[in-house]
Design a protein around this ligand. Structure first.
Ligand SMILES: [Zn+2]
Length: 206
């Protein structure tokens, strides 16, 4: 199995991808890998214990290889204090299960980096759909996070992202993962397909 697409919302089957779903939508198709998480946009209401139960049950499933997407969004979703509480609980769950964390961040770098420093997790953390400037990329990289790029990325940031913590994703894009990788490859100047595949295995701890 080769994983190229570390974060997609495309429907199964995605033989080269990890499909991200919410706990309520987790209904695994055979031979498919998943990440399960409570999105920051789902924090407008309090997360009920029933949702947490579903979350914890799904997280333990052998086809679930990562926790997320979860994270911080300062422009959408519930109040920041609630986003922080939900994220912390998901990060602790990821840590207890030894599964990596896939993060959504809109202007959330200070909160995410602060939480990572405080927790000092042993599992990998990654920002998905990174579109930020080189200075923001450097903040995340310095804190030991991986970065995943999608269809839209800031080409200026490519020169500061080391090839060993770069991932690729389709997220909600209508593009295929091959098209996304081609776009990043041509901006970098060489083909990164094998790099992305190797990195996905390392990120997922396979
Ligand atoms: Zn997503």
């Amino acid at each position: 199995m080769t994983i190229l697409d570390i974060h997609t919302h495309h429907a199964a089957p995605q033989p080269n991808g990890v499909i991200a779903v919410s706990p309520a939508d987790f209904n695994p198709a055979p031979d498919q890998l998943y990440s399960v998480g409570i999105h920051p946009w789902q924090t407008v209401e309090d997360t009920t214990e029933e949702v947490w139960e579903k979350m914890e049950q799904a997280a333990r499933h052998p086809q679930v290889v990562a926790i997320g997407e979860c994270g911080i969004d300062l422009l959408k979703g519930g109040p920041l204090f609630r986003q922080m509480i939900v994220l912390k609980r998901e990060a602790l769950l990821a840590e207890s299960l030894g599964k990596p964390l896939i993060l959504h961040s809109v202007k959330g770098q200070e909160m995410i980096i602060g939480m990572k420093k405080e927790m000092n997790p042993s599992v990998n953390w990654m920002i998905h759909g990174f579109r930020g400037k080189p200075t923001v990329a450097q903040m995340y990289l310095k804190a030991g996070l991986w970065l995943s790029l999608g269809e839209n990325f800031n080409p200026d940031s490519l020169s500061v992202i080391p090839s060993d913590c770069l991932l690729a994703e389709t997220d909600e894009s209508p593009c295929s993962i091959q098209e996304v990788i081609e776009k990043i490859s041509s901006a970098i100047g060489h083909d990164i397909t094998q790099t992305v595949a190797d990195n996905a295995f390392r990120f997922l701890n396979f």
